[in-house]
Design a protein around this ligand. Structure first.
Ligand code: OXD
Ligand code: MN
Length: 599
């Protein structure tokens, strides 16, 4: 197929001056995929509506009750395509050592050959949507342009919500050749032919056979984490799986922190937290910059770490979300949003487990079958999601579009640990903090396919997202310290500790403000702490428990970990270190030795 012909056949005008490098690449991709139509997305609101209306006609979207959910839609994915598939995710480079022991590797030429076979002719009878997008606030030193070619209407529309999509991207790109080439096809959704391939040396991503957000909205995990982490290593910045929030104290002082928790461990809840009444009355306010990804660099003027959220929307887990657990998320998804794999009620309302105490009498479940509370199945998929624009969040931070980002005072690591990890502690230093982050562990969730609830080491919550060798990644973390004049303090939290009856000890959600307050005070050198084996811990008598159903003794239990538990933790950490094999960064070895000497 001749590109010039294809482009003139495009139903909507190609941008008048299409970037020459994009054109050459597009030519080649169109020739390979052989779409029947090509459509250039321009990013306008009219266009979004036209695409959605088309999706409603062809069954991609179901319009929800307009009064309850204005301009909201339900999308159902294929039943075998509901989460990120890490086994089908590859980093494709010339040498296996480029990707290290924690990634799936494919030799890049072989990967192209294999995927060319799959992509050839895969868009016959389909439309290729050309989706230009920017990750990051326009004009930011870190903002990056990508162009995604996809045969999924759902992906094209969702990219419009999740990124700064359309003409702005062509403007940001200009005549530059630096853009991420993202190619995506649903293929036939056969899991046997599912490949999410990243080519960091070519700044390219080829994703075939899945329509699930994390596999198909290529700006998110693929570009903003895997490719970006690789670029960050080369260019002295960091791409991390972190929320960014602002905490405004009663005296007006604003402190920004980031937090890295593994998938489905409450990043969205923490980023949108509403302080308990007592704190709200005092004047505390929490604002959101981002709920999933942070790009950070050292600002030359201040010598401090600055962060932006590369995304423009939320792709959040819905089960468990309600007006009590996360009112801001409920408001964020209350209009102009897309829901994936939730249950549908007869009147066009929707439901998911945990939305209300009482389940509906009947509904259509996420697979399209009739559902009743006694049928033994979940109504919504445990990894069902909402996709909503950032600006829907009533607590959006005013600096969210600031190209210079926000200065970061603290970095919080955490995981889902029912035992053996205290509520909060502070690392002794940046070097120790990197060790703490590198050894984060969490019980697995439904965000990725595989067994749920097993402990997995997840360094910096980045295990599935580091686009290169983990050893070099950790060295990069250690080296970044040298570029900063003042570095963020590093903390570890665990909201999920359970008692002997299997009940959560800490109430979590808004009450996490109490922990955040201690963290902020520590960042500014205000709160006292006691030295423990793990790190600095709050003094029980100074930690604010007022108004909580927790006695100081219970709090002490929450913070205590026994020698035995520490030893267990140590053995668990060893598993990861063994997996990482030789050439462990020496700082990791030293930190381990220090830890042993403290025991
Ligand atoms: C996500 C994930 O979707 O981490 O954010 O899986
Ligand atoms: Mn995530």
């Amino acid at each position: 197929m001749n590109t010039a012909q294809t482009l003139t056949r495009a139903p909507v005008d190609a941008p008048t001056a299409l970037n020459g490098y994009v054109k050459v690449w597009l030519d080649e991709m169109i020739e390979m995929c052989q779409p029947s139509h090509v459509y250039f997305c321009n990013g306008t609101m009219e266009e979004r509506q036209t695409l959605i209306d088309q999706g409603v006609r062809d069954g991609t979207f179901i319009k929800l009750n307009e009064e309850k959910w204005p301009n909201c839609y339900l999308h159902r994915s294929h039943v075998n395509d509901v989460a990120r598939t890490e086994a089908a995710t590859f980093i494709c480079t010339p040498n296996e050592d480029n990707v290290g022991p924690t990634n799936n590797w494919m030799e890049n030429k072989q990967a192209y050959a294999k995927l060319r076979g799959l992509f050839t002719g895969c868009m016959k009878g389909r439309t290729m949507y050309i989706v230009p997008f920017v990750m990051g606030p326009l004009g930011s030193p870190l903002a990056k342009v990508g162009v995604e070619l996809t045969d999924s209407l759902y992906v094209a529309v969702s990219m419009g919500l999740m990124t700064r999509m359309g003409e702005v991207a062509w403007q940001q790109l200009g005549e530059d050749d630096e853009f991420t080439k993202c190619l995506h096809s649903l293929g036939d959704l056969n899991p046997e032919r599912r490949y999410i391939c990243h080519f960091p040396f070519d700044n390219a991503i080829w994703s075939f056979g899945s329509g699930y957000g994390g596999n198909a909205l290529l700006g998110k995990k693929c570009l903003a984490l895997r490719i970006a982490s690789f670029l960050g290593k080369q260019q002295n910045w960091m791409a991390e799986h972190m929320l960014i929030l602002g905490a405004q104290a009663p005296d007006g002082q604003k402190t920004y922190v980031t937090a890295a928790f593994p998938s489905a461990c409450g990043k969205t809840n923490f980023a949108m937290m509403i302080p308990p009444e007592k704190y709200a009355k005092q004047g505390w306010k929490i604002t959101t910059i981002g709920d999933d990804i942070a790009w950070m660099w050292v600002d030359e003027k201040s010598g401090r770490l600055h962060a932006i959220n590369p995304e423009n929307g939320y792709f959040g887990v819905v089960p468990g979300t309600n007006d009590e657990t996360n009112p801001n998320a409920m408001k964020s998804m209350s209009h102009d949003s897309i829901f994936t794999n939730v249950a549908l009620l007869p009147d066009g309302d929707i439901w998911w487990e945990g939305k209300s105490k009482e389940p509906p009498k009947e509904c259509i479940d996420w697979t399209g079958q009739k559902w009743t509370p006694d049928c033994g199945r979940k109504a919504a998929h445990p990894n069902s999601r909402f996709t909503a624009p950032l600006e829907n969040n009533p607590a959006l931070d005013p600096a969210v579009n600031d190209p210079n980002g926000v200065p970061i005072s603290g970095i919080i690591f955490g995981g889902r640990r029912s035992k053996g990890m205290p509520l909060v502690y502070q690392a002794f230093s940046w070097l120790h903090g990197v060790y703490v982050g590198a050894t984060v562990a969490s019980e697995t969730t439904a965000a990725a396919t595989g067994q749920v609830g097993v402990i997995r080491r997840d360094p910096m919550a980045m295990l599935p997202f580091i686009g290169y060798n983990i050893r070099d990644y950790l060295v990069h973390w250690f080296r970044m310290r040298k570029r900063m004049r003042d570095c963020p303090r590093i903390f570890h939290v665990n909201w999920f500790r359970k008692d002997e009856n299997g009940k959560y000890i800490w109430p979590g959600y808004g009450e996490n403000m109490r922990v955040l307050k201690w963290i902020i005070d520590r960042c500014h050198g205000r709160a006292n702490a006691i030295e423990s084996l793990l790190g600095w811990m709050p003094r029980i008598e100074e930690f604010d428990l007022e108004g909580l159903n927790i006695t100081p003794e219970q709090f002490a239990t929450l913070q205590t970990i026994t020698h035995d538990e520490i030893k267990q933790e140590f053995l668990g950490q060893e598993e990861l270190l063994l997996k990482m094999g030789g050439e462990m960064p020496k700082e990791i070895i030293f930190q381990r030795e220090l830890m042993i000497s403290r025991l």
